[in-house]
Structures are given as C-alpha cells and as structure tokens.
Design a protein around this ligand. Structure first.
Ligand SMILES: [Zn+2]
Length: 302
C-alpha cells in the first residue's frame, strides 16, 4: 500500500468523486447559472454528468478546467498534481512521463498546466504589515540565451523573492537587479508598515524611506545574523529553489522561468510548517486549476 494506491488515483469514478468533494464542498454548482437547486445526476450517461433543472445545462465537475478537454484520465491527472505537490524540489516532465507512462509531450503539457494552477496570479493583498518582517533578496540562475558565461551575473536570469517570516513567499523573474528593477515590485507587494530585512546590497539602501523599518546584514564583512537581523529565511527558500532548478529543471528556458518560480512559491507557501500536508497541498492546487478556468486552448503565456 502506498499513498498512490488511494482509489481516486486508480479509479476514474473515485477520481470524479474526489474532485467533486474538493470543488463542490456544498454540493454540485451549475457552471452556467451558478445555481445549486434541482441538480440531478443523468443516469446511464458519461461519468459524473449532471443536469441543472432551472437552466437545463448538462455538465460535469470538470467543466471549465483543463481536465474537461483532456484525453488523459482524471485519476492520472490527480496523480500528477499529487506528485508535483509532494515533491519538495519538483518533478520533471521526463520523470512524470515514466511514472504515468504517457508521452513526453503529454507530461510536459500536464506539468505546465499544473504550474499555472499553482500560480497565485495578480491582485494579491500586500505581504507583511505592522509587527511583521519580510525578508527580501535576489538571486541569479541559469544562463541567458546567446550570452557566454563570464564573471559576474550578467549572463544569468535574475529572480527577486519576498518572504514573510512565518508566512508565504512571492518570487519574480526580473529583468535585472538594479534598484529600478526591484523597488517597484517591492513597494507594490509589501505593506509599508512592514519591517524589511535584506543584505547590504546598494539597491536596497532606499527602503528605509518606504517602510516602517529596514535592517541589513553585511555579508561582505562575514556577518550573517545580528539578533533578529538576518535574511536566512529567504536564503532557505533559495536553497530549495536552486537545488530543484539545478537537479530537476536544469533545462528551464527563460520563457518559462516565472512559472517554475511560481511552483516553488506555491509549495513554500503551502508548507508543512504552516500546517499544510501533501493532501491539503494537492487540494489547493486543484482549486487553483478551477479558479483560472484553464483549458487546452488557454495559451501558455510567456
Ligand atoms: Zn443552471
């Protein structure tokens, strides 16, 4: 017996029941009129088919999700979502291809759709607030196309990450690491009442003006912790991110980097320390799939 022997990972009817319980906790909801009254199961029809009495629409729980138009069985999708949610450093499309015994193209498509579901999207409330600490740091990863390796970081992609201590992370693929690349994002995503922690990088020097407080450690002088002043939380995030990107997603292209970054944010923001286990993380990802109305026709945006 393993986690993957659960019925909804093996049996299509059980997978439908599982998705219905996840997306319709109060019972079936009609995708056309939003009603919940007089919805009946259509007997002898395809899996999970229901009919809305008031508006006559027939539907299943997969309407408006990537599962609706997929040739991959729902119980296989649930395995894929679970594997991506429970693997700390992610799972490659090649690995998923071998585990699910699907074509590489299918596995690639599935992982990218699931990543889209994990992305939190725009319009989020600001992080931090009074009495809260947000650590800010940037890192470089991979190699830009047509740029030879040389000293420094100019040939690498830059990622900015904000982590609230005891809370969630938010990362961005940025054009560069100049103040003009970073400050607008920092200001737009963090409550001004927050106390900010960074390293001594010059780009962060003006943060004091915009936030309740700003402290920094001087890595250049070998200083990493000074009481509550440190950026170890965001560095911990980067250590998982970098091991995953190097070990699992080494071929990630610039076009898709923001999506991989969202995947690591998702797992960090739904981590065990915040009381979220593998099963709950899977549920969160499934809800994300629906919130974004992903279909096969939705372009994977660059
Ligand atoms: Zn209806």
């Amino acid at each position: 017996m393993s986690v993957l022997s659960a019925p909804y990972f093996r049996d299509e009817a059980a997978a439908f029941q599982q998705l219905e319980a996840t997306l319709w906790p109060q019972g079936p909801v009609c995708p056309r009129c939003g009603g919940m009254d007089r919805i009946t199961a259509v007997k002898g029809a395809r899996m999970g088919l229901r009919r809305c009495g008031p508006c006559k629409r027939q539907f299943t729980v997969t309407v408006g999700t990537v599962f609706e138009s997929s040739h991959v069985k729902l119980h296989m999708w649930l395995q894929a979502v679970y594997l991506m949610c429970s693997s700390k450093k992610g799972i490659s499309s090649h690995q998923l291809m071998r585990v699910l015994e699907v074509q590489y193209k299918t596995a690639w498509f599935m992982t990218h759709r699931i990543r889209e579901a994990m992305a939190s999207g725009s319009g989020l409330p600001p992080m931090g607030g009074e009495g809260k600490v947000v650590e800010v740091d940037e890192t470089s990863i991979g190699q830009k196309q047509d740029m030879p390796k040389r000293r420094g970081y100019a040939h690498k992609h830059a990622v900015l990450t904000l982590v609230e201590r005891g809370g969630k992370s938010r990362s961005f693929h940025v054009d560069g690491t100049k103040a003009s690349d970073l400050l607008p994002i920092i200001k737009a995503n963090i409550d001004p009442k927050t106390h900010i922690m960074t390293d001594e990088a010059g780009q962060y020097a003006s943060l004091k003006k915009h936030f309740a407080g700003h402290d920094f450690v001087q890595h250049g002088k070998g200083e990493y912790v000074r009481g509550k002043v440190h950026s170890n939380t965001v560095e911990g995030f980067y250590s998982v991110f970098k091991r995953g990107m190097k070990g699992i997603y080494q071929h990630c292209s610039e076009k898709h980097l923001h999506r991989y970054v969202a995947e690591f944010d998702f797992r960090y923001s739904n981590r065990v320390k915040l009381g979220v286990d593998d099963a709950q993380r899977t549920v969160a990802a499934l809800r994300g799939i629906v919130g974004k109305r992903l279909t096969y026709k939705t372009p994977i945006r660059a």
